[in-house]
Design a protein around this ligand. Structure first.
Ligand code: KG4
Ligand code: ZN
Length: 359
């Protein structure tokens, strides 16, 4: 079954054709990073307008380079949320039009869950249905969440950030340090040149005890990055770094604190339950220090670690088409009433939402 996936939740216009959930036939991503760079962050209005300009060409290219042509598309999948409303609407409307014109089913996909499908797009990866129960970590510019998956497609959040996402923590730190946008790759890069002997002490992102933001979640599996960012702000204000070496040392210590926070929560989750696999997805999973730390944590727990190939770590549509294949049994009807869900949380099911209830 060939599914055409469409993704426009933030600042990438993407389309892909994936066969049977695992085999990527085409994967086209138009990144808007140069458009947002001058502003130091994603500007929603610019993002929405660029999606409108690019979506047609990106979809055409994905279908033609897939080799199957329009006639070979069996279904259409699209990101319903979470994301920027004006951006999501562009992808959803394109997907509706295509599904209607082709007379094919349309599936709405949760973007965060789709990130966790990315490790399974690699040829050597195991079958996701054989990896139960699985611990999933979504680490991106918009989300940081630990998900317990009893079986593939059935998620419950066991930990998350109470404020900024880890990617946001990197992007904001890079801005404070005068580095480029997006900040994560910059911090990763310059941290490699840091002097090991020079360390700055940043807080380890533990939530305030008893905070109501936990909403019933266990504090030891949650993170709060806002204090970390504030402590960097104070450091930069009180003693501004004046050389590239000093900036690199601060960046490396900050990166350590973020990576440490994620690794520690993961270690705790793996201690609590024996998982068949640990799957990690999202742009921050490109971080070299995080990849190393998670490999060590997973190996100590004896849990196989499933990381995505770099081309699938950032936003892409192969993950949307891939996940839809596994979720398609839930509902296969084209729905003209399908709508965007900008505030969808990990574990929220767009299929159930449309059917009038929540899992
Ligand atoms: O998954 P993604 O492309 O978009 C969202 O769904 O948010 O993630 C983008 C985030 C940005 O915050 C970016 O700075 C971060 O991923 N990122 C990194 C690295 N590469 C991208 N963070 C740390 N280290 C990296 N190498
Ligand atoms: Zn994403």
């Amino acid at each position: 079954m060939n599914i055409l996936g469409i993704e426009t939740s933030c600042d990438e216009t993407a389309a892909a054709v994936v066969r049977d959930g695992r085999e990527t036939l085409s994967n086209v991503v138009f990144s808007q990073i140069p458009l947002h760079k001058p502003w130091g962050g994603v500007v929603p209005e610019i993002a929405g307008r660029s999606h409108v300009e690019k979506i047609g060409g990106v979809v055409e290219e994905a279908v033609s380079s897939s080799g199957v042509g329009w006639g070979g598309i069996d279904a259409v999948a699209v990101t319903c949320g979470p994301g920027l409303a004006a951006s999501l609407l562009v992808g959803l409307n394109a997907a509706k039009g295509i599904a209607l014109a082709l007379g094919r089913p349309l599936y709405g996909v949760n973007h965060i869950e789709a990130h966790l499908h990315t490790p399974f797009l690699s040829p050597g990866a195991p079958d996701p249905l054989s990896c139960s129960p699985m611990l999933g970590i979504a680490v991106s510019g918009g989300h940081t969440a630990w998900m317990d998956m009893e079986r593939y497609g059935s998620y419950s959040i066991i930990g998350q950030t109470l404020d900024d996402a880890c990617g946001e923590a990197f992007d904001k730190a890079a801005k404070l340090l005068g580095l480029g946008y997006p900040g994560g790759p910059e911090i990763d890069r310059i941290s490699r040149s840091a002097r090991r002997a020079v360390r700055f002490d940043f807080p380890r992102a533990a939530p305030r005890p008893g905070t109501t933001a936990l909403g019933g979640l266990d504090a030891s599996l949650c993170v709060s990055f806002s204090g970390l960012k504030t402590s960097l702000l104070h450091l930069v204000r009180n003693s501004p770094p004046s050389t590239p070496e000093e900036i690199a040392d601060i960046a490396a210590s900050y990166q350590d604190a973020v990576v440490d926070a994620i690794a520690l929560r993961t270690e705790r989750a793996l201690e609590r339950r024996r998982y068949a696999a640990l799957a990690v997805g999202g742009g921050v999973s490109l971080n070299s220090a995080l990849r190393e730390r998670l490999a060590a944590v997973a190996s100590a727990a004896g849990t196989p670690l499933l990381l995505a190939e770099p081309r699938y770590c950032g936003d892409n549509a192969a993950m949307i088409a891939g996940l839809a294949f596994y979720r398609r049994a839930v509902e296969a009807e084209f729905s003209a009433g399908m709508d965007v869900m900008p505030s969808l949380r990990p574990g929220d099911d767009p299929f159930a939402e449309r059917a009038g209830g929540r899992k």
